[in-house]
Design a protein around this ligand. Structure first.
Ligand code: UD1
Ligand code: MG
Length: 452
């Protein structure tokens, strides 16, 4: 079998009106990145010689998401056949196999695309392979017409089908592999004589068959072919991708106590022997080392957690949070753009932003870095081994030296030297018997006034 080069055309010109969104459909995120990024990532695994994305007018944001792949603008939208024709300049001179994929069908795997590519490559007479499937409800899908020799002779759209054709269970997924030397010769002959008045890509099958070329169908999996048209479809696609990501995390050696309650991003990386308790959300850009324990109800975005750390429950790690090896971040602690060096602890009720907390330092309950004055952000630096007493406000920019101790309840607005005590709070006074005398005085005064 001679392996041809592959080019992929991704159709994404539809606005997706049923999403009822200002955002183009293919930019809606699944597992933390746009739907179309999932499609392009999968396609990248086929090592294609060319990829082109067909977009509609005013879809610069989609073009940006598709970069570095080039886009062709289809305007107006005259059907799937017309959409592929719009990509013609980008396929100029290409003689390999052209795969047609869809920006709103994010679950198709590289193996499935490869299967239809291989079908075209395996049989010299075969110029088109279509990915078919047998949905529980064939409804509005195009039906594949297959002859006694297993050749596909045509595809009939549901709107154009006879009652008899509608009883066919084998449907068109829309995904094709087509001999690049023949593709545009077929497409040039597609007309608009159908119920929708559109140029149907599906018509190339009957045209190829009439030319004496062979078209084949490959049976696909309905779950993989889920197309996103509505927000409910989007939720189904999200669920399917989350299922895969949970499985992958467990396959790689993480324990998920309740997998269904843990949400990953496409790029979440977990080390070995990580344990994740229920109800944890991993936003994009989070990397977790080995032997990390993550307790329930945590939320992470662009965070790094090193080996042996313990985080949560109820910890929030925002962009730039870095929890060092063996460090502890406890309940109701928020970190942003801050590093907790190895073995440091912030166990209760803290905000740590734009800060550097030295190794083995202890940040007491209720400590706040006051990093923002309404205009600019400033940094807090705490040296190794320092001890910050509970309910301390660190007014940045400020530096607490190595081994220093800050008295509880302090508002620290000046630097504290190494091994020094920093204390900034009202002085303590005690007046013996004052409270009893106060009560007696007040009670007497009240009694006197009620008599008059
Ligand atoms: C199409 C197929 C149908 C198949 C179904 C599978 C045709 C004629 N019919 O029907 O056989 O069962 O998909 O879901 O191909 N698009 C463009 N430009 C256009 C029109 C469509 O880019 O001018 C894109 C859309 O964004 C969408 C995809 O092509 O992602 C399919 O278009 P859609 O209108 O949904 O086709 P269906 O009627 O569902
Ligand atoms: Mg459709």
């Amino acid at each position: 079998m001679i392996r041809q080069e592959t080019a992929v055309v991704v159709l994404a010109a539809g606005i997706g009106s049923r999403m009822r969104s200002r955002l183009p459909k293919v930019l809606h995120p699944i597992a933390g990145r746009p739907m179309i990024a999932h499609v392009l990532d999968t396609i990248g695994r086929l090592n294609p010689a060319r990829v082109s994305v067909v977009i509609g007018e005013d879809m610069e944001a989609v073009a940006k998401a598709a970069a570095p792949y080039p886009t062709a603008v289809q305007s107006p939208r005259l059907g799937t056949g017309h959409a592929v024709l719009s990509a013609r300049p980008l396929l100029d001179g290409f003689e390999g196999t052209v795969v047609i994929a869809y920006g709103d069908t994010p679950l198709v795997t590289a193996e499935t695309y490869q299967k239809i590519i291989d079908v075209v490559a395996a049989e010299p007479a075969c110029t088109v392979a279509v990915l078919g499937f047998r949905p529980a409800d064939p409804g509005g899908y195009g039906r594949l017409l297959v002859d006694g020799d297993g050749r596909v002779t045509g595809i009939v759209e549901a709107r154009d089908a006879t009652r008899e054709q509608l009883s066919i269970g084998l449907c068109n997924s829309g995904v094709f592999a087509i001999d690049g030397r023949r593709l545009f010769s077929y497409l040039e002959r597609v007309g608009t004589g159908n119920a929708s008045g559109e140029y149907y890509l599906t018509d190339i099958i009957a045209i190829a068959h009439a030319d004496g070329d062979t078209c084949r169908a490959v049976d696909g999996d309905e779950g993989e072919l889920l197309g996103v048209n509505t927000r409910a479809d989007l939720a189904r696609a999200e669920a399917a991708v989350q299922h895969q990501l949970r499985q992958r995390a467990m396959d790689n050696g993480a324990t998920l106590i309740d997998p269904a309650s843990v949400y990953f991003s496409y790029d979440t990386r977990l080390g070995r022997d990580v344990t994740v308790s229920p109800n944890v959300v991993f936003g994009p850009g989070t990397v977790v080392g080995d032997d990390v324990e993550i307790l329930g109800f945590c939320h992470f975005i662009e965070a790094r957690i090193d080996d042996g750390a313990r985080v949560g429950p109820f910890a929030r790690l925002r962009p730039g949070a870095h929890v060092g090896a063996g460090a502890h971040v406890g309940n109701f602690v928020e970190m942003k753009n801050a590093t907790l060096h190895d073995g440091a602890k912030a166990n209760h009720l803290s905000y740590i932003g734009d800060a550097e907390i030295g190794a083995r330092a202890n940040v007491g309950a209720g400590t706040i870095t006051c990093n923002y004055d309404g205009f600019v952000k400033a940094r807090t630096e705490i040296g190794p081994g320092a001890f910050i007493g509970s309910n301390t406000s660190l007014v940045a920019p400020v530096r607490v030296g190595a081994g220093a101790i800050i008295g509880a309840g302090s508002v620290i607005s000046q630097d504290v030297g190494d091994d020094a005590l920093g204390l900034a709070r009202g002085t303590f006074t005690e007046k013996a018997g004052w409270a009893r005398e106060f009560r007696e005085r007040q009670a007497a005064a009240k009694a006197a006034s009620s008599k008059t």
